[in-house]
Design a protein around this ligand. Structure first.
Ligand code: NAD
Ligand code: TYD
Length: 346
């Protein structure tokens, strides 16, 4: 089972697993919130080894029934409310899905696997944001103390603690990975990269928070998927693996790059998109810097990212420019109301 398989990372993972492992039955459980989109899964929707269920992981009865019915050998848990800005507006929804939803899945796995837990695996997909905020030096390691600072990261940290508690208390085989910021096709345009590309396309202001010097470590989504494949098949139960791109950038540096790639691909005068950059009020509690020490996953599982940042950013901009219908469909309706409320109507 994959939870959240219609979201950004989940849809890449679902497509990858369905195609790579034809003898696995992949069941995708997703509520289809604003962030979930079955369009992303068009290429595999008719495959025999794929099955979609629309459902909410906060519904414990539903989760129990599905887990009982399909007798899963493994669970990739990705379903979550994932956007920090929304968590500042509506924290309770984050606690419900990210904490209670995770607990429901853990309880169902505990009941299902009580007789033969050794062959099974509950893989919890988490974020580097649980570790808090770094100064100008240092890296997050697997043993870095948790220090979440947004309602989103607090809810993910809480879910990570429950997952580890179930490993120790109930002997459920679990593994956790904490990954840095992903980018690539199918990301909902509330997140930095697709939001900027969408605004560049429509020549709207590019809202950079604060001084633009916050640092994120960007990883191409398919490299996260290859790490997840390795962790699921070869990771050690009870362990945590950090995943990152070793590609730290200040936000403003990244926005300049997106502007320049877009100008080139859209054949606009070089530099014209940079003129759209607008510095806006900072996000409350805005984490300054994230950066990951990836030595554990590299040495234990021989993982390496395959996509260079140059290649990844360019192909990502190209994908959004080539898929304007996708952008248009996900940015209509509710998105517009969210955007106007959050950023104003400029
Ligand atoms: P996303 O917001 O694009 O997708 C989340 C998916 O979960 C959507 O399809 C949504 O419909 C589904 N969902 C939400 N609430 C649900 C519920 N109650 N029941 C069932 N389904 C529900 O998120 P994403 O960026 O693909 O992130 C996936 C996971 O990876 C999350 O757990 C996130 O914390 C983690 N993660 C994301 C990043 C990143 O950069 N995007 C980095 C590290 C970790
Ligand atoms: P985001 O994509 O929301 O990811 P996260 O907050 O989980 O790292 O934001 C990435 C960075 O970009 C973060 O430092 C906040 C900043 N940002 C902006 O400057 N403007 C924006 O409109 C958004 C959405 C983000």
């Amino acid at each position: 089972m994959i939870t959240g398989g219609a979201g950004f990372i989940g849809s890449h993972l679902t497509i990858y697993l369905v195609n790579k492992y034809p003898d696995y039955l992949v069941v995708n459980l997703d509520k289809l919130t604003y962030a979930g989109n079955l369009e992303n899964l068009k290429s595999i929707e008719n495959k025999e080894n794929y099955h979609f269920i629309k459902g909410d992981i906060t519904d414990s009865g539903l989760v129990e029934n599905i887990v009982e019915k399909f007798q899963f050998d493994g669970i990739f848990h990705l379903a979550a409310e994932s956007h920090v800005d929304r968590s500042i507006q509506a924290p309770n929804e984050f606690a419900m899905t990210n904490i209670i939803g995770t607990l429901n899945l853990l309880n169902a796995a505990k009941n299902l696997w009580k007789s033969n837990p050794r062959e099974k695996l509950f893989y919890h997909i988490s974020t580097d944001e649980v570790y808090g905020s770094l100064g100008s030096t240092g890296l997050f390691r697997e043993n870095t103390p948790y220090d979440p600072r947004s309602p989103y990261s607090a809810s993910k940290a809480s879910s990570d603690h429950f997952v580890r508690a179930y490993f120790h208390t109930y002997d459920i085989p679990v593994v956790i990975s904490n990954c840095s910021n992903n980018y690539g096709p199918f990301q909902f345009p509330e997140k930095l990269i697709p939001l900027m590309i969408n605004n560049i396309l429509h020549q709207k202001n590019l809202p950079v928070y604060g001084d633009g010097k916050n640092v994120r470590d960007w990883l191409y989504v398919e490299d996260h998927i290859s790490a997840m494949d390795l962790i699921f098949h070869s990771g050690k139960p009870g362990e945590t693996y950090n995943i990152g791109g070793e590609n730290e950038m200040e936000n403003i540096e990244l926005v300049y790059l997106l502007c320049d790639i877009s100008d080139e691909l859209l054949q606009r005068p070089m530099g014209s998109s940079r003129e759209l950059i607008t510095f806006v009020k900072d996000r409350p509690g805005h984490d300054r810097r994230y950066a990951i020490d990836t030595s554990k996953i590299k040495s234990a599982l021989h993982w390496e990212p395959a996509t260079s940042p140059e290649e990844g950013f360019r192909s990502t901009v190209q994908w959004y420019l080539d898929n304007r219908d996708w952008l248009k469909s996900v940015t209509s309706g509710d998105y517009k109301a969210y955007y106007d409320k959050f950023y104003g109507t400029d």
